[in-house]
Design a protein around this ligand. Structure first.
Ligand code: NAP
Length: 481
């Protein structure tokens, strides 16, 4: 049930077997900028979730058997419809997540791009044919859809994390049950409706929203009709789910937390580094797994970098994302904002010099950008994924020391390097323990590139040529010669 004015085609029920149905319970969706309730959405029970699994299992044989070209065309049409209604998607993202309008539009575009990219990949799933080395047989390999895929997404990119999973799963021939984050379900429901409107068969995409992610997911993952899990969220929840999937030796892909270092090397172009840092840190208000979390700046450029970065941050206008002139929107909730302010308090107790660089509205989940100087490697802001507009700066002297500090974390999602020339940037990047490195750039996310982490930042890759393989089983046929 919508309470505020929401874009057309924004359902609020559960999508099961192609129909929007009411759950027994309801849960509220809040606007973090105003704290008002936007809508009540379905609060799925375990039984609702298992009904979604039943629908996905029933739809699987027909969807898997559809020619790849047809699956591709459904995804392509969904891309076109989503692109035509991009502002509706961005508006929902702003309303329930709080981010700035430009960030929401960028996310909506990025989200739509996964539909287009995987419409193109659906028809390019290659197999293999070769002679065995012993000469006794032919080795044929092909790929088949994994089956029913359970997809769990976080609140920070409610559109892009949904399409980054739905699009490759559907392209591969899987059917799906999507569970979006409780804080931001409306965008995912809107995307599911886009897919329904372009003719995705009933039961192929099911969506359950719930206030009980633990019991609901445990029941879904224990169901033998479910073949694979794709999760994006925090590392602790990812580990909990891995323990559950281990019970059934279920395949799973995990896109987890990050603690991205941002390195400014000796001789780097300081202005370019500041411009890159503004994107790497402030996109999405810092609430991105890819957000630069800790800055290591060579002593020779530290003063220029700090003062330039502070000046750039002080120009940011903080306020509701729905006002398109604001650069920085709200945090997703008051709890999330308070978590960050408490990290700032600890940073100050540890001796960091904490400075607010701009002002934020008092009401709503807003937080001004903060610069923290005098930070020691190993202190609280370098160990925690802050997930907000906070810039801790560590000054260093030697290149081997900064590589050691950058790698001194259990995470390994992304790193950023600004160096004096591309060769030095690449040489340093190759020593960093992360699945992705941005060199002289503040952002590298791209539907056409493999996204994912090393160490405790994840297992598997999404996007690129790799993403579709998370939803495929490789099969080997040995044929006598
Ligand atoms: P989260 O608390 O781990 O939640 C992620 C999803 O898991 C939500 O849908 C959540 O539902 C669900 N969940 C929570 N507890 C669960 C349980 N016991 N069993 C099954 N599902 C459960 O993460 P978040 O706070 O939403 O998102 C922020 C985190 O995601 C950060 O660590 C960020 O780095 C990471 N992230 C990673 C990537 C990547 O690609 N590597 C991308 C984006 C975000 P509820 O909403 O109902 O709690």
């Amino acid at each position: 049930m919508a309470i505020a004015v929401l874009p057309e085609h924004t359902p609020t029920g559960l999508l099961i077997a192609g129909r929007w149905t009411d759950a027994t319970g309801q849960l509220p969706v809040q606007d973090p900028a105003t704290q008002r309730t936007l809508a009540m959405v379905g609060d799925a029970s375990v039984d609702d979730a298992l009904a979604a699994v039943t629908a996905a299992a029933a739809a699987f044989p027909a969807w898997a058997a559809r020619p790849a070209r047809e699956r591709a065309e459904v995804l392509r049409t969904a891309f076109e419809l989503m692109t035509a209604e991009l502002e509706d998607c961005a508006r929902l993202i702003v309303l329930e997540n709080g981010k700035a309008w430009n960030d929401a539009m960028a996310e909506a575009r990025y989200a739509a791009d996964f539909l287009r990219w995987f419409s193109e990949e659906a028809v390019r799933i290659e197999g293999g044919f070769r002679d065995a080395p012993a000469g006794d047989k032919t080795i044929i390999t092909d790929h088949r859809p994994a089956g029913v895929a359970y997809l769990i997404t976080p609140w920070n990119f409610p559109a892009a994390m949904a399409t980054r999973k739905l699009a490759p799963a559907l392209a591969a021939g899987c059917t799906t049950v999507l569970k979006p984050a409780e804080a931001t379900p409306l965008t995912a429901l809107w995307i599911a409706e886009v897919l329904r409107r372009v003719g995705v068969p009933d039961g192929t995409v099911n969506v359950i929203t719930t206030s009980q992610p633990g019991p609901v997911s445990e029941a879904v993952l224990a169901d033998p009709r479910v073949s694979t899990l794709s999760f994006t969220g925090s590392t602790p929840v990812g580990k909990l789910l891995l323990a559950q999937t281990a019970q059934r030796a279920l395949t799973s892909s995990m896109e987890l937390g990050g603690n991205a270092p941002f390195l400014v090397l000796e001789g780097a172009d300081v202005e370019a580094a500041i411009a890159g840092a503004m994107v790497a840190k402030m996109r999405n208000g810092g609430a991105a797994c890819t957000a630069a979390n800790r800055f290591y700046v060579h002593a020779s450029v530290a003063e220029a970098f700090n003062s330039g970065f502070r000046a750039a941050l002080s120009e940011l206008q903080v306020g509701p994302g729905i006002d398109r002139t604001n650069d920085l929107g709200a945090m997703v909730s008051l709890e999330e904002r308070d978590k960050i302010t408490s990290l700032l308090d600890t940073a100050a107790e540890e001796g960091g010099e904490v400075a607010a660089c701009s002002t934020a509205p008092e009401h709503g989940a807003f937080l001004a950008p903060h610069l923290v100087t005098g930070v020691e490697h190993g202190s609280v802001l370098t160990r925690h994924e802050v997930f907000g507009p906070v810039v801790p700066i560590v000054v260093y002297e030697a290149q081997d020391e900064v590589i050691r500090m950058a790698n001194d974390t259990e995470y390994g999602l992304i790193s950023y390097v600004f160096g004096p020339d591309p060769g030095t940037g690449i040489a340093v990047a190759r020593q960093l323990e992360s699945g992705m490195v941005a060199i002289d750039r503040g952002m590298i996310s791209d539907a056409a590139a493999p996204f994912g982490g090393m160490k405790e930042s994840g297992i598997g890759r999404e996007g690129g040529f790799h993403g579709i393989h998370e939803f495929l089983e490789t099969r080997y046929l040995g044929v006598s010669l």
